[in-house]
Write a protein that binds this ligand. Structure first.
Ligand code: ATP
Length: 619
């Protein structure tokens, strides 16, 4: 692996230094547990590394033989023999190297595969809270970069430690066997050159970091002042000169840093390179001295072998010095991955969960309290009952807790106090798949997968026939639109359904729910502006739907509200009023207020929406 490796630069960032992972026995054992299934392959890799390390050093030893037994002894036979041997050994070392990297990659890919699957499975079980609280980018980084990092650790860090250590040990053993005095000189010299090389690299790294920060600053300025609204702001306030000098200053700083960066450690390295040559020279000098004055048994070949082996030691020593950084980084990566693995699954099946074979979709809330965080209660003491075949409309100002309330039924979240019952059973005691299979939600924000309309519909019922698909689309008032498309049901909806209008998307999602045919239907009516034709089409689709099944509507339009059997008025997380439209009007409370401010403006025959929010964006 090149110094620093593919894990990143060979020096830790300040942040990495601050957040050094705690390497415990448990952590190591846990990492080991992922490698354990592949121990046989690991053994093979280890053997291959051992052989290739020894074989890479052999040509250096053979050089000594070529000189002593071939050249100096003037033996053509020996010369050819050792040259061929050296060639054969190099070839064998390379072939073993190929096997080693294949096995290595194979193991690393398999471990990555296992870890990715474990992560995906775990994330699938995480609750809505996890996905709303965690940054989506973070989740993806864990899945992709961090786990890919694991692969590099195995292919690079691990093998690098082993092969460098073996090379070093073998080289030292051979050197000491050839001549211990010269070997000792080598041992002193190598670290002397390897350590300062690292120091020089560090200086360069700190400048690189500075220039990265500077480049971020430049990007920031460009983003701020060259965006559509940014440039407008600069112009309107006449700040062109000020912004230009700000830009010019950072630009200057950047070029200074770039020049420093490219020159950093240049002198040092030049001196170092010159001095590195001193190593072999020193061995030649001491070796020559020994050979000529003291120990006539030392041969030219031996001295050459020592010089050659010395050269082979710089690389491994340098890399082993860098390993610490890779090691810390790898441990941090594993720690981050395990942190995700260890996140408790908030909502899971109770051990004694039941799955009845039939559902009516009846819902009951008994004194339910709920909050996302302990400081603020979102729902307070909610109690109501929805019987089979009936329809409840929930109305209330924006942010009053309507969506939160319905999310408790399919257990997207669990209640803090009280109970939510589905068909008379606490939802926490029901099998999650049963519960969710029997609830259909058409939410305000319709989510369609990138694919065709057909793909999205089949998601609800993979075995649906063409006729069923068409029927559902007809009922959802979207068939007319589909028929107009050249490719019909096979029309691509684009990423997240972006190629369709909001109204079309919502009607497709109604068709999708119709195919699912759940016992309980929940419809979160869109507050977002839809044109009146789209609105009417959605209205026409849902009205017959709610007539025939148990349903809950978060309603914003009078016609939807009127279609319900009962209306719940929610304000600040509490049910403040309950009843039919006329009884609530008679009451003259919150509902009447909402009705008067919102509906009374409606033209006869067409009602206004409950339009609680939405201000206009200004610069
Ligand atoms: P709207 O009609 O605008 O959709 P709503 O009545 O459905 O509003 P909810 O979405 O249930 O209201 O939100 C109720 C309150 O809970 C709001 O104050 C909101 O800020 C808060 N809230 C909603 N979702 C979360 C969440 N995931 N984490 C923390 N707070 C949340």
């Amino acid at each position: 692996m090149p110094p620093g490796g593919r894990l990143g630069p060979g020096y830790l960032t300040d942040e990495e230094k601050k957040n050094r992972p705690k390497v415990t026995k448990e952590l190591l054992l846990r990492i080991f547990s992922y490698m354990k299934p592949y121990w046989k392959q690991f053994l093979l890799v280890l053997t291959a590394i051992l052989f290739s390390a020894i074989m890479t050093l052999l040509p250096s030893v053979l050089t000594g033989k070529i000189i002593d037994e071939g050249l100096i002894a003037r033996s053509m036979n020996a010369l050819i023999k050792y040259i061929l041997l050296s060639f054969g050994v190099t070839l064998a070392a390379n072939l073993i190297g190929i096997l080693e990297s294949y096995m290595n990659t194979w193991i690393a890919q398999h471990i990555t595969y296992d870890m990715r699957n474990t992560m995906y499975r775990h994330l699938q079980k995480m609750s809505q809270r996890f996905f709303t609280t965690n940054n989506q980018g973070d989740i993806i980084t864990r899945m992709t970069s961090d786990i890919s990092g694991v692969q590099q650790i195995i292919t690079n860090t691990l093998t690098s430690i082993i092969s460098n250590a073996i090379t070093l040990i073998v080289a030292l053993v051979v050197m000491f066997r050839e001549n211990w005095i010269l070997a000792l000189i080598g041992v002193v010299i190598v670290p002397l050159f390897a350590i300062p090389t690292r120091t020089a690299g560090k200086t360069r790294w700190s400048i690189t970091k500075e220039s990265q920060a500077c480049s971020d600053e430049i990007n920031g300025i460009l983003n701020e002042t060259m965006s559509v609204s940014g440039q407008l702001l600069v112009k309107l306030f006449g700040m062109e000169e000020k912004e230009f000098s700000r830009y010019q200053a950072v630009n200057k700083k950047m070029i200074d840093l770039n020049i420093r960066e490219s020159m950093a450690g240049r002198w040092f390295r030049m001196a170092l390179n010159t001095f590195t040559n001193i190593g072999p020279m020193l061995i030649y000098l001491v070796g020559g001295l020994l050979m000529m004055k003291f120990d006539h048994s030392i041969t030219v070949g031996q001295i050459t072998v020592l010089v050659a082996l010395l050269g082979k030691m710089y690389g491994p020593v340098n890399q082993l010095l860098n390993i610490q950084v890779d090691w810390i980084r790898s441990m941090a990566m594993f720690t981050r991955i395990f942190e995700y693995y260890d996140m408790p699954v908030e909502i899971e099946n109770a051990p004694d969960a039941v799955a009845p074979d039939h559902a009516d979709g009846e819902v009951e809330f008994r004194n339910v309290d709920f909050s996302y965080d302990p400081e603020r209660k979102i729902l307070k003491n909610i109690s109501f009952r929805l019987d089979k075949g009936k329809c409840i409309a929930i109305v209330g100002p924006s942010g009053s807790g309507k969506s939160t309330l319905i999310n408790l039924i399919p257990r997207m979240y669990d209640v803090i106090n009280g109970t939510v019952l589905f068909d008379g059973v606490d939802v926490r005691k029901l099998d999650l798949s049963f519960l969710r299979e029997n609830i259909g939600i058409v939410s305000q924000e319709t989510y369609l997968f990138n694919g065709t309309i057909r793909d999205n519909l089949l998601y609800a019922k993979p075995e649906a026939t063409e006729e069923e698909l068409i029927n559902a689309c007809k009922q959802a008032n979207i068939y007319e639109f589909i028929e107009k498309q050249e490719t019909g049901l096979d029309t691509l909806v684009g990423n997240r359904g972006l190629k369709l209008s909001g109204g079309e998307k919502q009607r497709i999602s109604i068709a999708r729910i119709l195919l699912k045919d759940p016992a309980l239907m929940i419809f979160d009516e869109a507050t977002s502006a839809l044109d009146s034709i789209s609105e009417q089409k959605i209205q026409d689709a849902i009205e017959p739907l709610i007539q025939s099944r148990t349903s809950i509507l978060i309603a914003h339009r009078l016609s939807t509200i009127l279609a319900a059997d009962e209306i719940l008025v929610i304000k600040d997380g509490e049910i403040v009023e309950k009843g039919t439209h006329s009884s609530l009007i008679d009451l003259g409370g919150v509902y009447t207020q909402l009705y008067e401010t919102q509906f009374s403006k409606a033209a006869p025959g067409r009602e206004e929406k409950f339009d609680y929010t939405e201000g206009e964006d200004t610069i």
